[in-house]
Design a protein around this ligand. Structure first.
Ligand code: HEM
Length: 429
């Protein structure tokens, strides 16, 4: 590790407008040359190597609570698992598992499958999707949360409005007027969840509320975190997945015939390649030693999960989609004590939608204007993604990931090189 390392000319800083659209050249350079890097632009430490990120996420010297605290205060984000460490964190997490853990997903899986089928039937009637995230990803994310939270059908639309409004709290670079709206929406969401909790339909939220181990405020904090941290990443992960999947007939066909376990393996690989939450923040509470270098106490640190996920020391052909990659110890869900509580839920609901889509529409293809990556930092997402479900649309050109026809999906070039020159766009309205 050298604190003097600088990105070479020609490689955009990952937080610059061009770097936000395509951060992978910078991530690759840092990982190879300075995996524990003191960033002169932000004063933060960027940790990009897999071994370093994995170690950091498990090491109590790196505090999630301190990492989130400044932001939590500033954004009025309630106390939650992500704003606590150690025993405080474990106390919140155990009951939280009743809301978001594998058993909760198992209890809603049939309902989510019906929701996915309904969505695809309606989409099929339209024929072309102008934006697959808006038309499939967002309604699926709403359906998953609606079923976890015991919402009635007529409550889905107002709930989705709130989930959209608070999503901006994820993005540390949101412009101040948007960030102010996000803060106000957080208060509104908390009041909504408070009023709703006692009237929820039977299901995971009722079980969670009956658990009795948390105060009302703590319970609302966990619910709020699930909405802020869950709704948009889940919605966008489906767009990111389709972006990689649809131009590759071999991968589409493999998913079409995949059993549920293989479909979840595929979802993991899609999340590895395009992690919707590309990094997470910590602060060192004492001097810390990582395999790639030392970080002094009191430092602000980003574990760059998206960089670790393409570390060639761990992943063979890291920039390629290998749908049956196994083992796949990616860090898209984080690691250590804060490992995403909803990982199973995300894998299963994503796999459920994607397999149904390729079975119902085996010729589905990207269409319309070339997809572009948004200049937001979190989540990593496309500004829009056209899909011709019956394969009759004009394939996107220029910035679309190249198609390949072999059964093995690994042979296609990665899409990020193709989007390197894509213009920066404002967030999806
Ligand atoms: C593709 C979608 C998702 C991705 C990529 C993702 C990723 C992550 C990551 C990286 C963390 C760790 C953060 C850290 O260590 O600082 C995390 C934590 C968490 N996620 Fe997810 N997440 C997703 C969806 C969801 C959903 C849908 C929910 C809930 C409905 C959810 C609930 C949580 C919670 C509660 C935590 C905090 C766990 C703890 O601190 O103990 N996530 N997630």
């Amino acid at each position: 590790m050298t604190t003097a390392a600088h990105l070479p000319a020609g490689i955009a800083h990952p937080f610059s407008p061009a770097g936000r659209v395509d951060p992978y050249p910078a991530y690759g350079w840092l990982r190879a040359h300075d995996p524990v890097h003191r960033d002169a632009m932000t004063g933060m430490w960027l940790v990009t190597g897999y071994a370093d990120c994995a170690a950091l996420l498990k090491d109590p010297a790196f505090s999630a609570a301190a990492g989130q605290r400044e932001r939590a205060r500033e954004d009025d984000l309630p106390v939650s698992m992500l704003t606590s460490d150690g025993a405080d964190h474990a106390r919140l997490r155990a009951p939280g598992a009743r809301l978001l853990g594998p058993a909760a997903m198992a209890s809603i899986a049939d309902g989510v499958a019906r929701d996915a089928d309904d969505l695809l039937v309606r989409a099929g009637e339209r024929g072309d999707l102008t934006d697959a995230v808006e038309q499939l990803g967002a309604p699926l994310a709403t359906a998953v949360l609606a079923r976890l939270f015991g919402l009635r059908d007529e409550q889905r639309a107002p709930f989705e409005q709130l989930a959209r409004a608070v999503a901006v709290n994820l993005d540390p670079l949101a412009p101040p007027p948007l960030a102010r709206l996000g803060r106000a929406a957080m208060g509104e969401l908390t009041r909504y969840l408070d009023a709703h909790t006692d009237q929820a339909l039977p299901g995971p939220l009722r079980d969670f509320a009956a658990d009795g181990r948390l105060t009302r405020g703590e319970m609302l904090g966990v619910l709020g975190l699930a909405v802020v941290g869950g709704w948009q990443p889940l919605a966008e992960s489906l767009g990111n997945a389709l972006y990689w999947l649809l131009p590759r007939p071999g991968a589409r066909e493999a998913l079409r015939t995949a059993d549920p376990a293989a479909a979840e393996t595929a979802m993991d690989e899609l999340l590895r390649l395009e992690a919707p939450i590309p990094f997470t923040a910590r602060v060192t509470v004492r001097d810390a030693e990582l395999p790639g270098g030392r970080i002094p106490a009191g430092s602000r640190v980003l574990a760059v999960l998206a960089a670790a996920n393409r570390d060639p020391a761990v992943f063979t052909d890291p920039d390629r989609l290998v749908l049956d990659r196994s083992p796949n110890p990616h860090l898209a869900f984080g690691g250590g004590p804060h490992f995403c509580l909803a990982a199973r839920l995300v894998r299963q609901s994503g796999a459920l939608l994607l397999t149904r889509l390729v079975r119902r529409f085996p010729a589905a293809a990207l269409s319309g204007p070339p997809p572009r990556w948004a200049a937001t930092l979190i989540p990593r997402r496309l500004t829009s993604l056209g899909v011709a479900l019956h394969g009759t649309g004009t394939a996107a050109t220029g910035t679309a990931p190249p198609a390949e026809s072999a059964a093995s999906p690994e042979s296609a070039a990665s899409p990020e090189s193709a989007v390197a020159a894509a213009p920066v766009e404002a967030a999806r309205a």
